[in-house]
Design a binder for this molecule. Sequence first.
Ligand code: FAD
Length: 280
Amino acid sequence: MIPNSFEYKRANSVEEAISLMTEDAQVLGGGHSLIPALKLRLNNPGTLIDISKIDALKTIGDNEKSVTVGGGATHAAIANDAALAKHVPMMGQAAREIGDIQVRNVGTIGGSIAHADPAADWPAVLLASNASVVISNKDGKREVDIDQFFLGFYDTALEEGEIITAIRIPKTAANQHSCYVKFKQPASRFAIVGCAAALDLEGGTVKDARVALTGAADSAYRVKSVEKALIGNSFNLDLIHSAVGDVTEGKSIMSDHYASEKYRAHLASVYVKRALKKLL
Ligand SMILES: Cc1cc2nc3c(=O)[nH]c(=O)nc-3n(C[C@H](O)[C@H](O)[C@H](O)COP(=O)(O)OP(=O)(O)OC[C@H]3O[C@@H](n4cnc5c(N)ncnc54)[C@H](O)[C@@H]3O)c2cc1C
């Protein structure tokens, strides 16, 4: 449980952090995933670049068309943000359910999505919100659609030397009518299964829908069969029951000592229904 030795550097700005990036360097956010990985020697960076003191990464901005959450915003800051509560309620709901108060006060959204734990909460919420990820690197900035960001088991579109500086969440009617529910591991509170749903309803008819699951497969994913079945139809209990079929079709479902593959698949459809019922 003792990490390999590494150099430690603290950056005071994003520009400084990027300039410090070398081939064997890694950024340190809240450290809630990275430090355990260092201790288990699963990660052995030569240099850790601490970005946790960069204030510009912590801001949550209420813009005209989006809410922009800094990559270094803590789960607790997100849980308490008024703009997110108004425009994307599932963000606060998810944040309040992460870990315990210590984890929420230190862990960051950027660190969570860079790590891409298959049981993490943010991936489902951001997929359902149609967010985009703002990434800085030595050449400037690029913005990646959330649908292209998560590539698989602990794998993302982030490249070497890149830092997540913000997550942009559009202010849409669907995001205003959104929720997140999860069946949690009782000790860590990671999602055994978590579902985020965002629905744009016009006169009771579903105009747009985004539904995403985490915890079930090796990476969070959108349940497009459900989205398709909802759109264009009157939103009611019957529609929910007919739209939610096998929500794990085509996915390789995880199995561990908390939940077998069969039980997880069952939970997945139960939690998609629960999320949708919460929006009724
Ligand atoms: C006891 C416990 C319970 C938890 N429960 C939950 C839970 O219920 N739900 C949940 O979703 N999560 C949970 N977590 C994880 C927690 O949310 C962490 O905050 C998160 O996984 C990592 O964020 P971090 O800021 O600590 O990142 P770090 O641990 O510092 O970094 C993780 C990875 O991301 C990289 N990184 C960090 N910041 C950035 C950035 N801005 N740009 C690019 N790369 C970056 C690092 O280099 C590293 O590879 C739990 C953790 C613990 C210890």
